[in-house]
Design a protein around this ligand. Structure first.
Ligand code: NAI
Ligand code: MG
Length: 484
């Protein structure tokens, strides 16, 4: 099957600039989570396809791609970004059908992908080394060198955004990439490879091998020809990947999600906060690494905040991705089971509001109505574990010290925010919150591609986005010349 008008062949891998059948000849069904139908078949890539992709990437480094100057790479990335925008509606529709996300959110992801390419295109020739004052008779300087072949194992929740931030930054630094998209959603990864090559990306600079995690993914993580791995996904697989990469002594960037809190103090602008409090929890049906799944509220405004959030929940509607409501289905029946399992564990809690699944939502879709739980003990599983669905918990607190203790009281540390008009408290909270990003009187800041992003604790390590990612996708070489 060929998906028009993109002209991609989803049953194949994209290696060395061409569509190739997986060596094993096997395919996997790709599910449309809005109705449970099969969208198409995708390649079930294996270790042999990963071998071919890594070899193609390696050849690209010694070929046309490796010979481009930083400025030329930058210009090319910007051009690919424009080409992505030329396909905004097609890409958004593919993503909406594949992931199940509402069309408006899918469209925003396309724009974000283009923005990453524009940003990293502009940055490609702005990463400089330094000169270092040293002993008399020496000149010392540093060079930024690419890693070589970079492996990118990405999940299904934001394929285009994650391609933008990881593949975009890796290409900017001159690496050649092998991308293993998720078996649940890989159409836009394939479409992107096609668009990038049509825009002039030399063959082998980006190779895409769809397939199962335990097969294609594990083979990529273990491949001795790969010099850096970036992974976004579950904690369990992240640990495996770090161990595997450890055998080859290659660096890894791990982005493993979180249990990110928003802390609302008595003096906060509750009206201004309300849309952030709710949207950060239900965007992409809560299947967001940086979802804010815990809302901590000081007792003076506790009832007011719970009432305001509950009213917002009453209005939420879940339905087919192309109907473009507040939420789509979850990505798969399996993800729905995981989330329903958590909701069942909340039966001892107070569920103060839940949104609706619209009547026209097909019975075969993976829908979960958004749930808001209040008065949740901080140690409860719903307040500790990543749910990855449209479920938020509200937790009361008395004072700043208790707020910090609860906010920092999980194994994660990805994102946090605090809502308060007290400037001194804003500064104290920014220092005290355990997170890779802290927001004051907002949450997410619109997702800014310029803003370094990543976790601490079980949320992972390494930073993507912003200039920081470019340091991660390169290594430093020190040159010391003795000239007398
Ligand atoms: P996962 O970690 O299994 O999948 C993510 C990617 O890793 C996919 O491309 C998958 O094929 C690959 N993968 C799986 N096993 C692998 C292995 N042994 N070696 C190499 N690659 C492998 O995540 P999954 O099963 O899709 O979701 C389970 C949970 O993980 C979610 O409920 C959520 O809590 C978390 N998650 C977090 C994400 C984030 O953005 N941080 C994204 C996706 C999932
Ligand atoms: Mg999995």
């Amino acid at each position: 099957m060929t998906l028009r008008p993109m002209n991609i062949d989803p049953g194949k891998c994209f290696i060395a600039g061409a569509w190739v059948d997986p060596v094993g000849g096997d395919v996997l069904p790709l599910l449309n989570p809005s109705d449970g139908s099969t969208l198409c078949e995708i390649a079930r890539g294996t270790a042999q396809d990963i071998d071919a992709a890594v070899a193609a990437a390696d050849r690209a480094l010694g070929g046309d791609w490796g010979r481009l100057t930083a400025a030329e790479r930058g210009r090319l990335l910007a051009k690919i970004g424009h080409a992505v925008l030329d396909h905004v509606e097609t890409l958004a529709e593919l993503e909406a059908m594949d992931v199940g996300k509402p069309l408006t959110q899918a469209r925003a992801d396309v724009v974000a992908l283009a923005r990453y390419l524009e940003f990293y295109g502009g940055a490609a020739d702005k990463i400089h080394g330094e000169t270092i004052p040293y002993l008399d008779g020496y000149t010392v300087y540093t060079l930024r060198a690419r890693h070589g072949v970079t492996g990118h194992i990405i999940p299904w929740n934001y394929p285009m955004q994650i391609i933008g931030r990881s593949v975009g930054a890796a290409l900017a630094m001159g690496n050649a990439c092998v991308l293993k998209p998720a078996e649940e959603a890989c159409l836009t990864a394939l479409a992107f490879a096609q668009i990038a090559h049509a825009a002039g990306l030399p063959e082998g600079a980006l190779n895409v091998v769809p397939g199962l995690g335990a097969e294609a993914g594990a083979a990529l993580a273990a491949h001795q020809g790969v010099h850096h791995i970036s992974f976004t996904g579950s904690v369990g697989v992240g640990k495996l990947i770090q161990q595997t990469a450890g055998n080859n002594v290659v660096p890894v960037t791990l982005e493993l999600g979180g249990k990110s809190p928003q802390v609302v103090f008595d003096d906060a602008d509750i009206t201004g906060a309300r849309p952030f409090l709710v949207n950060a929890g239900i965007q992409n049906a809560g299947q967001t690494c940086s979802a804010s799944s815990r809302i901590l509220v000081q007792r003076g405004v506790y009832d007011q905040v719970v009432t305001a959030m509950a009213a917002a929940y009453d209005e939420l509607r879940a339905g087919p991705a192309l109907s473009d409501l507040d939420l789509g289905p979850l990505v798969s029946p399996r993800q729905r089971e995981i989330v329903e399992g958590f909701i069942a564990k909340g039966r001892d809690l107070s569920c103060v509001a839940r949104g609706q699944i619209v009547a026209e939502a097909p019975a075969g879709g993976a829908y979960v109505a958004p749930h808001l739980f209040a008065d949740v003990p901080a140690e409860h599983t719903l307040a500790q574990d990543e749910i990855f669905g449209p479920v938020q918990v509200v937790i009361p607190f008395d004072d700043e010290a208790e707020a910090v203790a609860i906010a920092n009281g999980t194994d994660f540390g990805l994102v946090a925010s605090c809502w308060t008009e007290n400037g001194a408290r804003q500064m104290r909270m920014a220092k005290a919150l355990r997170a890779g990003q802290v927001f004051i009187n907002n949450y997410g800041a619109g997702g800014g591609v310029e803003l370094p992003f990543g976790g601490t604790g079980l949320s992972g390590h390494g930073r993507e986005k912003g200039f920081e990612a470019l340091y991660g996708f390169s290594t430093l070489k020190t040159v010391a010349a003795r000239h007398g």
